[in-house]
Design a binder for this molecule. Sequence first.
Ligand SMILES: Nc1ncnc2c1ncn2[C@@H]1O[C@H](COP(=O)(O)OP(=O)(O)OP(=O)(O)O)[C@@H](O)[C@H]1O
Ligand SMILES: [Mg+2]
Length: 248
Amino acid sequence: MTLNRFSTGIERLDVLLGGGIPEHFSVLITGYTGTGKTILALQLMHNLAQQGLKGLYLTFEEDTRKLIQQGECFGWDVQKLLDDGLLEIHPVRKYEYDIREIISYIAGKRTEDEIGVVVIDSLLMMTGLKRVLSGGTDSAVLQQLLKRQELFQPGVEEELRKEHIAYIIKEIDAMKLMALYVSEPHHEGMLLTAEGVAEYECDGVILLKKKLDKSKVVHEFVLEKLRCTPVECPPQQFFYGKNGIKFA
Ligand SMILES: Nc1ncnc2c1ncn2[C@@H]1O[C@H](COP(=O)(O)OP(=O)(O)OP(=O)(O)O)[C@@H](O)[C@H]1O
Ligand SMILES: [Mg+2]
């Protein structure tokens, strides 16, 4: 069975991905701060919207205005996408939400507005350590999480975060929705994400890096994995062109 793939709108990237991002796939975009994760996620949402794929961008880090501005720097009319109902940007304030509420919000958007792609920017912020799950639940996984949270104490936090991340990715996967998750590598560079879960749960993993080469900053794109696709390319250099990320 051949997979239905969506073009990223970046020619070279489509080639690297074996034709584009497969329908309903989850892709992790990981990298340290300032490596271009948000720009890549926004560019993908913009380009997917051009193909009629409606998107929801959940941001835990920036507000709508900043994302519109970022788009303007590259000539993307994000405001028009919002006006045309092809994109919704949903800023989530820290400590004001319940992970399950966000998951049901996404599920509602999937069924009612027929969105085809969601961005979570970022998983690390979404699963901040003080997140509180409240209210009743019928899911066995959540029952366990709630039980653990009653025992909330230092040292348990990391385990809880891992379970939350696995829960988020599995729930969104079950909605048959393309998902782009932004995260950060472990601070000691040992793992592709701080918690070491999303890279295993996601179908694809993109690592963005910034390196110094003879006192020049070089941006690097590494496709670490993409299920159902041969991943054979070495790290690729990219730069910020007039219309966003371009490959050298
Ligand atoms: N118009 C532009 N032209 C060239 N480079 C740009 C432009 N806009 C942003 N950048 C570069 O991209 C970097 C930020 O990219 P982005 O916001 O996507 O990073 P990020 O990986 O999401 O970071 P964080 O983890 O802090 O959210 C900036 O530091 C800047 O160097
Ligand atoms: Mg960002």
